[in-house]
Design a protein around this ligand. Structure first.
Ligand code: 13P
Ligand code: ZN
Length: 275
């Protein structure tokens, strides 16, 4: 028995491999964090280091994440290597009682620290935990090419992106009826982009980073991976249709058709995004 035999670790590792297989994680691109359930922490605790690492301040703070444990990809580590050597590429971090610092309790055996986007993940976890009554556990950042391409040709507003994506595939309004937020281009890896992203995540369960990628959230690995996958697939259709039509669209899903989907599938679309 090893820590990597525990179900939550297996599911986390599988998702990293799945993201690599999709082509969303060139080099060290992207990062994944999971807020552990208390029973999962107890399952993993026998494998924790005898002496944990030093506390490292994050530059951000959240009261509702005091004392939580997260699984995180390592900064500069490659998703393609996670299934081969999880102990060297991912880690478990504990959050201190003040909710403003982490320390490594397992993993990254050859050195390293959690993702440089940990401040964004952390604040996103905080706002999504609050918004979902504790259900949200996964924050996933990836670099899917078609969605990034869209950030060069559409106005950088939640309304423009949500409408384009909803109309690119019939299932989209059912999968993300609340739409997607958009963060303008910002320097990655710090407090400012973390704050800007978490503002969007108060309202949306996914946020586009202009010319960079996407943050998606959800209660479990399947739902979160599925959200990333659905948004990127819609982006791909959008780019394919515009490219094939040389910018000309002959027909699309009309707003009343979006309303009809919402009615039959029992979801509430963000009305201000409809014409
Ligand atoms: P990390 O290797 O630090 O996770 O950074 C990758 C990335 O996608 C930054 O936005
Ligand atoms: Zn990135």
């Amino acid at each position: 028995m090893a820590i990597t035999d525990i179900e939550v670790m297996q599911n986390y590792i599988r998702m990293c491999g799945d993201g690599w297989d999709q082509g969303w994680h060139e080099r060290n691109g992207g990062n994944l964090t999971y807020r552990m359930r208390p029973e999962e922490v107890e399952q993993c605790r026998p494998y924790f280091k005898d002496s944990p690492g030093e506390w490292v301040e994050m530059g951000v703070q959240a009261d509702n994440l005091r004392g939580e444990f997260f699984i995180s990809t390592g900064s500069g580590k490659y998703f393609r290597n996670v299934p081969l050597a999880p102990q060297d590429n991912i880690c478990i971090v504990e959050i201190n009682a003040a909710g403003d610092a982490w320390r490594i309790v397992w993993g990254l055996e050859k050195g390293g620290c959690p993702t440089s986007e940990f401040p964004s993940h952390f604040l996103n976890h905080s706002v999504r935990k609050e918004a979902t009554g504790g259900a949200c556990r996964v924050i996933y950042h990836a670099h899917p090419a078609n969605l990034i391409a869209m950030t060069y040709i559409l106005p950088l507003t939640a309304r423009d992106f949500t409408r384009a994506l909803w109309k690119s595939a019939t299932e989209c309004p059912v999968v993300f009826p609340g739409g997607v937020g958009v963060v303008p281009w910002m320097v990655p890896g710090g407090r400012d982009i973390a704050l800007a992203t978490s503002e969007r995540m108060k309202e949306y369960d996914a946020a586009v980073w202009a010319h960079h990628g996407l943050f998606a959230s959800g209660p479990d690995f399947d739902t979160t991976f599925g959200l990333m996958h659905t948004i990127e697939k819609a982006a791909q259709i959008y780019i394919l249709a515009l490219s094939a039509g040389q910018g000309k669209i002959l027909q699309t899903i009309e707003d009343d058709q979006l309303r009809a989907i919402a009615k039959d599938f029992g979801v509430t679309l963000r009305e201000e995004f409809l014409d």
